[in-house]
Design a binder for this molecule. Structure first.
Ligand code: B4P
Length: 187
């Protein structure tokens, strides 16, 4: 079964690769960041709640994020698998995800870890800032997001490593080349 996570620092290419991998595997890619940004654009209550955290590069509170993911995973299209991009991002979210899946006797099958060095990450995100103007892509907030990743998200890797689920893949190189590496790692 393809119940997959993709984890990596901001700019490693998670969102970019999640779309391509999920197409290949015919499962939905679920990006918590994309769901938040859509809600911000549509000025929903969820969007209003999330905006200040995202703009400053901090994690949106678990109470908000966990509820949103629970609702998304209850949708029909996830029953044959999914690729979660950007969730879980701290140990509490790991616990919640385990709980949600256990309710249906399910668990995560594999975890893709996408890695790249910090200066490459900053350059990519500054490049995206120039192209797309995302409000959290300025150098100060980017560096803060990298720190948040190191402090809050990197500790998850030992949890999934202990479970034997991590497949580490180099995120440097052409986008298609990285996709091939990820698909190989899943075999
Ligand atoms: P995300 O949307 O997850 O943003 P991100 O970590 O910056 O990664 P993203 O997926 O966008 O970028 P990617 O690496 O694909 O989160 C944004 C915010 O939402 C968070 O800061 C937080 O506030 C909130 N949030 C989200 N999930 C949450 C959660 N679970 N709990 C609490 N809060 C949460 O790509 C970056 C750039 O690199 C792109 O421009 C891309 O074109 C480029 N790129 C990709 N691959 C490349 C390659 N091989 N070569 C060159 N460039 C490449």
């Amino acid at each position: 079964m393809n119940r997959l996570l993709i984890i990596g620092p901001p700019g490693a290419g998670k969102g970019t690769q999640a779309v391509k991998i999920s197409e290949q595997l015919s499962i939905p890619a679920i990006s918590t960041g994309d769901i938040f940004r859509k809600n911000i654009k549509e000025e929903t209550d969820l969007g209003k709640e999330a905006k200040s955290y995202i703009d400053s590069g901090n994690l949106v509170p678990d109470s908000v994020t966990n509820k949103m993911v629970r609702a998304r995973l209850a949708e029909d299209d996830t029953k044959d698998g999914f690729l979660l991009d950007g969730y879980p991002r701290n140990p509490e979210q790991v616990h919640e995800l385990d709980t949600i899946l256990a309710e249906n006797n399910e668990e995560i099958d594999q975890v893709l870890l996408l890695v790249a060095d910090n200066e490459e990450l900053v350059q990519r995100l500054l490049g995206r800032a120039a192209e797309q103007g995302r409000t959290d892509d300025n150098e100060e907030v980017i560096r803060h997001r990298l720190n948040v990743y190191e402090k809050e998200t990197a500790p998850l890797l030992s949890i999934y490593r202990e479970r034997g689920l991590i497949k580490e893949v180099n995120g440097l190189g052409e986008i298609d080349e990285v996709t091939e590496r990820l698909l190989d790692a899943l075999k």
